[in-house]
Design a protein around this ligand. Structure first.
Ligand SMILES: [Zn+2]
Length: 228
């Protein structure tokens, strides 16, 4: 959505954060007491150049203006976008699943899965995956964020439930390959469970599928969604 870039251009993250966090200049950046955990020494940074923030203290969270507002107000991305678009005076019409064409719907469905898994990587049950990425694979947090790497919890229908919540059908989840059909005739279930998730792009940069590497002993070690 272009509204995202527009919002970031029009609202300074530093100003936005300053409304609720007292910031002090620190080199080229700003720092203050982290609003997301209790601390006495500031370990929360706002980086002007990239319009991002990060806590180097115990919560270790970071992101952009959207994730800051989401976290502060416990909103989802759509809600944060609505609030910030309004404030920035950015024209933005929320696209509901019903209003999207079929192809757009499938893309939106796949993107939702990527966002969901990215979100889960930041949760406490995602720690095993974070450790794998940061320590074993030696990736930086920036790289992980850039490639939108995520974590699929070891559960049968957690993504399926999220897709339902957001108005996507099982057929759509199956079509983009994030759900799999049960051969015992039960409900479709999450294809990726207990796996680190790597979004797969075609050579034009379009998201076309997901790859998942298992952590632990399961088989196969690498699993890709069938690509269309
Ligand atoms: Zn913190």
């Amino acid at each position: 959505v272009d509204a995202v870039a527009e919002v970031k251009q029009r609202i300074s993250l530093t100003d936005f954060v300053s409304r609720t966090v007292k910031l002090q200049k620190s080199g080229r950046n700003y720092r203050g007491l982290c609003p997301f955990h209790t601390e006495k020494t500031p370990s929360f940074y706002v980086f002007e150049d990239t319009a991002t923030w990060r806590c180097f203290g115990s919560c270790g969270e970071g992101g952009d203006i959207f994730s800051f507002l989401q976290k502060r107000e416990n909103m989802d991305f759509r809600e944060a976008l609505e609030v910030l678009a309004r404030e920035a005076g950015v024209q933005y019409s929320p696209r509901t699943p019903e209003s999207l064409k079929e192809e757009d719907r499938l893309n939106a469905c796949l993107s939702l899965a990527v966002d969901f898994y990215q979100e889960n990587l930041q949760k406490s049950h995602g720690e095993i995956a974070q450790k794998y990425l940061l320590k074993d694979r030696g990736l930086s947090q920036e790289t992980i964020d850039y490639f939108k790497i995520g974590w699929a919890p070891d559960e049968w229908r957690i993504l399926r439930n999220r897709l339902k919540e957001k108005g996507f059908s099982d057929e759509e989840g199956l079509a983009v390959g994030v759900l799999a059909e049960s051969d015992k005739g039960g409900l479709p279930y999450d294809r990726f469970r207990g796996r680190v998730i790597f979004p797969i792009h075609d050579n034009r940069g379009n998201l076309v599928g997901l790859g998942g590497r298992i952590l632990g002993d399961g088989e196969p070690k690498y699993l890709n969604s069938p690509q269309t």
